[in-house]
Design a protein around this ligand. Structure first.
Ligand SMILES: *[C@@H]1O[C@H](CO)[C@@H](O)[C@H](O)[C@H]1NC(C)=O
Ligand SMILES: *[C@@H]1O[C@H](CO)[C@@H](O)[C@H](O)[C@H]1NC(C)=O
Ligand SMILES: *[C@@H]1O[C@H](CO)[C@@H](O)[C@H](O)[C@H]1NC(C)=O
Ligand SMILES: *[C@@H]1O[C@H](CO)[C@@H](O)[C@H](O)[C@H]1NC(C)=O
Ligand SMILES: *[C@@H]1O[C@H](CO)[C@@H](O)[C@H](O)[C@H]1NC(C)=O
Length: 273
């Protein structure tokens, strides 16, 4: 009995080093966190056909959890209200080849607002996904126009994966540091836009002023956890992380995928000993 208690104490101490177990009795909230604690935050999530599923639903899990202790309103915003498809629409890839992805499974999300009816926003989240290619190839700038029209009045702007490309094309990243997915054509697609954007080739996410931009897909979850800690403080966010049973990356410079995808330096296969 005594021995097993001793063992579990050691196990907890080991776990606490890398899991967000909350043992702290006192936590000092920043003025920003104190201000956010008792106000309502209006969150707008942009979606489009061909959105990447986890870009949207990964961060939303944490936002949803935090809307229990805090006052958060969520609007899902698209060109028109109604179902939005994860299945990518027809587009041409970076080599100009026509891509018909109609055989792929389709997870839909319901847009609650159009760009015209969206309420005032405090937080704007822009996910990525290969649907951005279709929009560009159709010269559809409705997302960029919406971002540009709301940018001044939005306190925090977040992007996941190729979502940073929409921010760059909207012209709001000029003079900023940002990152995007490192995978396949996504990095080239996102980073060729914008003027005077410092694109960080090796970063899980980058925080610069009101901007939080993350690398590909799952990185959005790590960025959202870091962002929520920043605006609300650790205790409630760590509860959510523990309940989700997720071990987030807490170092924004951790980015093995920049090597895998040869963005920061060529990937070399490990040699047999
Ligand atoms: C919250 O979790 C992180 C690790 O994910 C840890 O560094 C931090 O100390 C935790 N904060 C509190 C108040 O427990
Ligand atoms: C926020 O509200 C709670 C109770 O609703 C109160 O205990 C706390 O002091 C308030 N914080 C600030 C910064 O006003
Ligand atoms: C959020 O929703 C609540 C009701 O659910 C409402 O009272 C509040 O005004 C809304 N806030 C914003 C910013 O839309
Ligand atoms: C945002 O603010 C900048 C600088 O004050 C201004 O030039 C621009 O017109 C504003 N944009 C909108 C859509 O209000
Ligand atoms: C580019 O952005 C940097 C800040 O990152 C700024 O210092 C510099 O003046 C900008 N240059 C131009 C030409 O806008």
């Amino acid at each position: 009995m005594k021995r097993s208690r001793h063992v579990s104490t050691i196990m907890l101490a080991v776990l606490a080093q890398y899991l967000p177990i909350s043992c702290a009795e006192t936590y000092t909230y920043s003025p920003e966190q104190q201000r956010n604690a008792n106000r309502s935050l209006s969150v707008g999530y942009i979606v489009f056909d061909g959105y990447a599923i986890l870009d949207v639903f990964g961060p939303l899990q944490f936002l949803s959890d935090l809307s229990w202790p805090f006052d958060i309103n969520l609007s899902i915003i698209a060109k028109a209200p109604g179902p939005i498809h994860s299945r990518p629409p027809l587009h041409h890839d970076s080599d100009g080849m026509a891509m018909d992805m109609s055989k792929m499974v389709d997870a839909q999300i319901i847009a609650t607002h159009s760009f015209e009816t969206a309420p005032p926003l405090d937080i704007l989240v822009v996910p990525g996904g290969v649907g951005d290619m279709t929009l560009q190839q159709r010269n559809d700038r409705s997302i960029e126009d919406f971002i540009a029209s709301r940018f001044n009045t939005t306190e925090y702007v977040l992007s996941v994966c190729t979502g940073a490309g929409f921010l760059a094309r909207a012209g709001v990243l000029d003079g900023r540091r940002a990152t995007a997915t490192k995978a396949s054509s996504g990095w080239n697609r996102a980073t060729k836009h914008g003027t005077n954007v410092t694109w960080v080739p090796s970063a899980r996410w980058v925080h610069d002023g009101k901007f939080w931009t993350s690398s590909g897909v799952s990185a959005g979850m790590d960025m959202m956890v870091a962002f929520l800690r920043h605006i609300y403080g650790d205790p409630k966010v760590n509860n959510s992380v523990n309940n989700v049973e997720y071990a987030p990356v807490v170092d924004p410079s951790w980015d093995p995928y920049s090597v895998v995808h040869k963005v920061s330096r060529p990937f070399e296969c490990p040699r047999a000993p």
